[in-house]
Design a protein around this ligand. Structure first.
Ligand code: CA
Length: 143
């Protein structure tokens, strides 16, 4: 399982990457929003750990653009922004979960398991007007 870690803080990024790899994840670490966009465009991630305060492009913008492209990769927001508006905004933009820094690594792993399992087992169904698409079965139906 491959995770994209988007974190500009060197100490947090390094320790998270190390801990994730120790837990059996393959972790790609990028330090700004534009590199995150580029990595997401390459695809293949089981989930994304996304900081919000990032250089070059804010995490909310990374999330918004990914969802606009139809990228359904599960995204866990990891941030020190503890305002209710930040949490609601991230969830409304399509984040799957939101974890406030500082957090216990065990809780992060549990949330990652839950999110990735949900994404891996549930059919991904999207609607565009009257068109229903299931990306798991690769079938589309017009209603
Ligand atoms: Ca940051």
């Amino acid at each position: 399982m491959r995770v994209l870690l988007v974190e500009d803080d060197e100490m947090i990024g390094r320790s998270l990457k190390q801990a994730l790899e120790g837990a059996g994840w393959s972790a790609d670490w990028v330090r700004d929003g534009e590199l995150a966009q580029s990595a997401l465009g390459d695809g293949g991630y089981t989930c994304v750990l996304l900081d919000l305060g990032l250089p070059r492009q804010d995490g909310t913008e990374v999330l918004r653009r990914a969802r606009e492209r139809g990228d359904a990769t599960p995204v866990l927001v990891l941030t020190a922004r503890d305002g209710l508006d930040d949490r609601i905004n991230s969830l409304d933009l399509g984040a799957d979960d939101y974890l406030l820094k500082p957090f216990e690594f065990r809780e992060l792993l549990a949330r990652m398991r839950a999110t990735s399992c949900a994404a891996a087992t549930a059919p991904r169904i999207r609607w565009w007007a009257a068109l229903r698409c299931n990306s798991t079965s690769r079938r589309a139906k017009c209603w």
